[in-house]
Ligand binder design. Structure first.
Ligand code: SF4
Length: 482
């Protein structure tokens, strides 16, 4: 075994959790820890767990229970639960999971290195969930898994009160990081060879550091720092301004890619969800985006089976899908979360009805996605090549500016580069393309085309060491909106 201590980090949930795990990994690396993907070898196992839906929480807890025999065999092993699950359940996790040594909440994550050292020294169990409204200051830069596309957290928490959502309880009130600090971080990423950043927040539209709002931040970040593509997630439809649409329309680095969780198509349900917009507000927003950017990719989150949702309400969700024609959607069945207003209402849509509604919605949206993607056949797309395709290492995989996966034939030298592709075939979730320019990659704004990362990018397959295989919905889960 290595002389340096080793840790294994298991992450469940949204991109915010992925980003938190990268920050935790950076803090541990700064203190000399080595990462391993083998639990059997690890001195420390961390489970960063999601609670946004009951099934996600149960899956994470099941994983923690599976670690109990390992702890019995190796009592020196330290096991910790991090993130939203820790914040929500705190001390009670230690009571029901005797093999767990510590829990650390969302805003206490920067303490992780010192807490682990303390536990290894004293063998005392620790609960650290006290700082729900404090700013986060990690002692080191994140240790990023993806060397091409970086996640950058721009704000923490959420000030909204959607009646079904546990996130404000687990992540606290909104806190925006200073714009200049974020611009410097992105500039550093561009110098390090990263090509794309995704700016993360529960509701990025309400970003405000006191001097800059979200469109200001986007323009500042895009100003001459060499990053090629900028995305952001998640936008709340009620806070989406025309200034933001204009910023996307006029700033080359900003991808024409809008993720706008609609959640439901019925005004009655939207009101009970406390979403702050009506179906017509949502449709008008889509119209404004499409007027400015006719080819923008627009995606959403939809929920079925919310308390009180009638057949007629559900038909309105189907109808909204037909009216908007989203490029794709994350679709879920409602599950009550303790501590939310909706959890106190009768969960009155029977499971079989929820399931049937979800199937009908998925069926409709899949057909729409296939048609929307089909319309791209024969058209050119700018594709950032991420790595070998998952299905065949003779093919490459990349993404369009609209965040659509494209499989294409090309040499490994294209990995990490942007190429012009003509779409030759389309399915609901994947496009297939051929290079328009032969072996000539597109050279855009990025002034660092010969970064060492170009031939070593792991692509989307190279996720966090020891990360469990997750169902499709969670693997692509967005931040908070369900
Ligand atoms: Fe905030 Fe999104 Fe949760 Fe609403 S659903 S409270 S906007 S995180």
């Amino acid at each position: 075994m290595s002389e340096r201590p080793t840790y294994c980090l298991i992450t469940y949930g949204c991109q915010m959790n992925d980003a938190d795990s990268e920050s935790v990994a950076g803090s541990l690396a700064a203190r000399g820890w080595l990462r391993t993907d083998r639990e059997d070898d690890a001195d420390l196992i961390l489970v960063n767990a999601c609670v946004v839906r009951r099934s996600a929480e149960q899956r994470a807890l099941g994983r923690v229970w599976q670690l109990a025999p390992l702890k019995r065999r190796r009592p020196d092993l330290v096991i910790g639960i991090l993130g939203c699950l820790a914040q929500k359940d705190g001390q009670s996790l230690l009571e029901k999971l005797p093999h767990v040594d510590f829990v650390v909440g969302t805003r206490d994550l920067p303490q992780i290195g010192s807490l682990v050292e303390q536990i290894r020294e004293t063998r005392q169990r620790i609960v650290a969930i006290g700082s729900i409204d404090q700013p986060l200051a990690f002692e080191a830069s994140p240790l990023r898994d993806d060397l091409l596309r970086a996640m950058v957290t721009i704000m923490y928490g959420c000030n909204n009160d959607c009646s079904y959502c546990i996130v404000p309880r687990t992540r606290g009130r909104e806190l925006s990081r200073p714009a200049e600090e974020l611009a410097a971080e992105v500039a550093g990423l561009a110098r390090g060879g990263w090509r794309e950043v995704t700016l993360l927040g529960q509701n990025v539209n309400s970003y405000n550091d006191g001097r800059h709002d979200f469109p200001d931040l986007l323009r500042l970040i895009a100003q001459g720092n060499g990053i090629e593509r900028i995305r952001y997630i998640t936008s709340h439809p009620k806070d989406h301004s025309d200034r933001l649409i204009e910023a996307v329309a006029t700033t080359p680095q900003l991808c024409e890619n809008f993720h706008l969780p609609a959640q439901a198509g019925s005004n009655r349900v939207l009101e009970r969800m406390n979403r702050g917009y009506t179906r017509d507000d949502y449709l008008r927003l889509i119209e404004r985006i499409r007027r400015a950017l006719p080819d923008a990719a627009i995606t959403t989150d939809l929920m079925v089976g919310f308390p009180g949702e009638t057949d007629a309400d559900f038909e309105e969700t189907l109808d909204l899908a037909r009216a908007v024609r989203w490029d794709s959607a994350f679709m879920f069945m409602y599950s009550p979360r303790d501590g939310t207003p909706a959890a106190q209402w009768p969960n009155d849509v029977p499971p079989a009805v929820k399931k049937e509604r979800l199937q009908r919605l998925i069926q409709l949206q899949e057909a729409i996605s296939a048609e929307v993607n089909g319309a791209l056949v024969g058209r050119g797309q700018e594709v950032l090549v991420e790595g070998p395709s998952r299905r065949s290492d003779r093919m490459l995989m990349g993404r369009t500016r609209g965040d659509k996966v494209v499989i294409l034939d090309g040499p490994p030298e294209w990995i990490g580069r942007t190429v012009e592709v003509v779409i030759t075939r389309a399915a609901a979730h994947t496009l297939f393309g051929a290079s328009r320019t032969g072996f000539q990659p597109v050279q855009k704004q990025n002034p660092h085309p010969t970064s060492m990362h170009e031939v070593e990018v792991p692509g989307s397959e190279g996720k966090i060491a020891c990360q469990p295989v997750q169902p499709q919905q969670d693997a692509h889960a967005t931040i908070g909106e369900r």
